[in-house]
Design a protein around this ligand. Structure first.
Ligand SMILES: [Zn+2]
Length: 97
């Protein structure tokens, strides 16, 4: 389902992440502040993404490092936020099928 209604995102540039339009490795988190990521996520799930959503696909180690870096920059992410993102992702996936 496209929650953006009649609007559609243009494709990203080649060589960048197709979800956030930022050049990062697949095992690294998406840039939650990327406008492309925000609209891409919203189009899929009908809600705006959080940093927890952006790192949901990452390993526990990458999540831990990302959470530390975000904390150094004044952004706190709790394990509960990660758990909530997982739950919402599962709910949204079930809704889509
Ligand atoms: Zn990305």
């Amino acid at each position: 389902m496209n929650h953006l209604g009649p609007f559609k995102l243009l494709p990203t540039s080649r060589g960048v992440c197709q979800e956030c339009a930022v050049n990062h490795k697949p095992h690294e988190p998406h840039n939650a502040q990327s406008m492309f990521y925000q609209y891409h996520f919203y189009s899929l799930w009908g809600r705006w993404p959080t940093w927890a959503d952006a790192m949901l696909h990452c390993s526990e180690e990458i999540r831990r490092i990302t959470i530390e870096v975000l904390a150094e920059n004044g952004i706190s992410i709790s394990t509960e936020q990660i758990a909530d993102a997982k739950k919402l992702s599962n709910i949204s996936t079930k809704t889509l099928t």
